[in-house]
Ligand binder design. Structure first.
Ligand code: SF4
Length: 182
């Protein structure tokens, strides 16, 4: 939401892509709707062509993320030449070398620019911006979550010093949308 707030000051109707994975916390869906109404966002819900609820359990988290996250997002990005993301270097070891601007090649071979304006921000910077600009927070943070994805794959952080240690029970750090396809 902090990145969205910054971008909408420049382009109020900038498309905001939301990955509707069918596995979100109800609080996340309510927050999406509340923020969309509050800021008049140009929200676009992205869904898998053939969703399969529970695929994370029936097959694997990799298969489930590929179907409900990676596929829908990469297909949607074909319509754009720039992709803004709120990734930060301090979020995870897997993001420590994040560049603010880098080329990203989609599975089709088309290249877009991936831009991470908050790359050098800390978690404290984010909280401060949200407070200073009166941006409501997803209530799940008040329960102790530090990185929030789909409900079946999100727990309270196992390591208080690693904000993403509550994701996928430690099986992986990334769902795949931020990994350059081969
Ligand atoms: S985070 Fe979990 S539930 Fe969500 S798409 Fe990935 S495996 Fe499926």
């Amino acid at each position: 939401m902090v990145l969205t707030d910054l971008l909408r000051q420049v382009q109020p109707d900038i498309p905001v892509l939301f990955l509707d994975t069918f596995h979100h916390f109800p609080q996340t869906l309510a927050y999406r709707d509340e923020m969309t109404a509050r800021y008049g966002l140009n929200l676009i819900n992205l869904r898998a062509a053939e969703p399969k609820v529970g695929l994370w359990q029936a097959e694997s988290t990799d298969a489930c993320c590929a179907r409900h996250k990676v596929g829908p997002l990469f297909s949607s990005l074909e319509a754009y030449d720039v992709w803004f993301t709120a990734l930060r270097r301090d979020q995870s070891a897997s993001r420590a070398n994040l560049q603010e601007v880098e080329p990203f090649r989609l599975p089709s071979g088309n290249a877009i620019r991936k831009v991470a304006p908050l790359a050098a921000w800390t978690a404290r910077d984010v909280w401060r911006y949200a407070k200073d600009h009166d941006i409501p927070l997803l209530p799940l943070y008040e329960l102790g979550y530090t990185s929030i994805g789909c409900e079946p794959c999100t727990t309270l952080p196992a390591d208080p010093n690693d904000p993403r240690s509550g994701r996928w029970q430690g099986q992986k750090l990334e769902c795949g949308i931020h990994i350059q396809p081969k």
